[in-house]
Design a protein. Structure first.
Length: 87
């Protein structure tokens, strides 16, 4: 798996932001500072650190939401509550 994908899926940040962290030298893989976002890593055996803290692989996380009556699926609405009010 690519290092930037691993960090993004481990909630370190969005992929674009994670690439900046890597290029700034904030990420270590097995004790070595890495500056190449496309580096292949083994998420099961390599030790990845961000700012000195070990990052564990969480993978993708999915949330289920049962939308209540009267709630609309939109970012903003002047008249109704949206799903974002509940988060």
């Amino acid at each position: 798996m690519r290092l930037d994908k691993f960090l993004a899926e481990s909630s370190v940040g969005r992929r674009k932001i994670v690439r900046i962290y890597i290029k700034e030298g904030l990420i270590e893989v097995n004790g070595e500072v890495i500056t190449e976002p496309s580096m292949d890593i083994n998420e099961n055996s390599d030790v990845i650190k961000y700012l000195g803290k070990v990052v564990s692989y969480t993978g993708k996380v999915y949330y289920m939401f049962n939308k209540p009556a009267g709630c609309i699926t939109a970012r903003k609405d002047k008249d109704h509550r949206t799903v974002f009010v509940f988060f």
